[in-house]
Design a protein around this ligand. Sequence first.
Ligand code: ZN
Length: 91
Amino acid sequence: MLPPVRCFTCGAPIGHLWEEFKSRVSRGEDAGKVLDSLGVTRYCCRRTLTTTITYIEDLAKYSIFKGKREKIVRKYFLVETGEGEGESWRP
Ligand SMILES: [Zn+2]
């Protein structure tokens, strides 16, 4: 779902490494060498980073709020001024 903040097995903080790991691997670098350069030596942490799949963007397509965001913002956060497009944020 989301990148893990800590290793699931040993609890070492690894969340701060996710973005760099992901970007370097997507550019074609070898995942093992990237982990070595980031100082991730334990195999549990390496497993956690290499097997993470972030599919939050895929799930967001099926959110119950899809297409309703504008309506919700208008209902709860915007106040109609009665002058066409003029709207103001409710304090
Ligand atoms: Zn670990």
